[in-house]
Design a protein. Sequence first.
Length: 280
Amino acid sequence: MASNYMLLLCGKLSLVFLGPKAGTTSLANRLKDHPGLSGIDGLPWHEALSKESHYFNGVFGRSHASSALLYKSFFPTVLCKWWSEYIRGVKKWMCFDACPVTACLPYTAKRMRALTPDAKLIFMLRDPVHCIFSAELMISNMGMPLAWSLSDPATQIQAHVKEQEDDAQLWKDLKDLQPGESLPANMPELFYTRLNSLLMCGCYADRIQPFLQEFPRSSMMFIDFNEFINNTDGVVRETDYRGRRMHPSVKQYLTQYFRRSNSMLYSLLGRDFQWADLEQ
């Protein structure tokens, strides 16, 4: 009981970053500067993961992605809350998990509501074409082998864009997954290495819908990545292409691929991000 008490959270802010490489680290670091906000103790495998729990996608194993106690183990204790509010004079202390994968998976909204029904959600939205390329570079730099590259001509990646039978089955299983059920055994391999999975993450309107069904719209904030970069002093773009560039034909191909999904997003939020005209 004592350990449960020490892990009790009285306020939680969830950062949901739709689209990998959408400004996660920059926004998280800015929020940590606020005396009333604390981040989590994330994963030690890579500096990019230090702010992220990856709890809902099975970091503790595919049968342990719905336990409130395990999820709370990432967060500061009530002593941190007491110190912030009573010693530092913060009116209300909150903590956050800045994991970009959370919003990509169709089953997480229900699990988040079950664990943190009063959470505030921040969605950072970036042109999915640029997100996908940045994600490829990050995944490659982490040492994960990929059978495709967006630096190749579009004709060479179209076979990887096409949804395979196991891709379709994975996303169906994830969509049908109920709170408490184990994650699919093949999820890490298919989700992290298949181009089709990254493209699915970039279909933002589809990814946001489950959260709109589980959380009130008043608990959500949507931030345009370009506005964040342009209007935030001292923020430097995170993406380092290291001399590599997306093949022009791939950029054109993906821009067309996401056109319908982006249009649905604009209608859903009542806002035109004009991504095709901005981030070059």
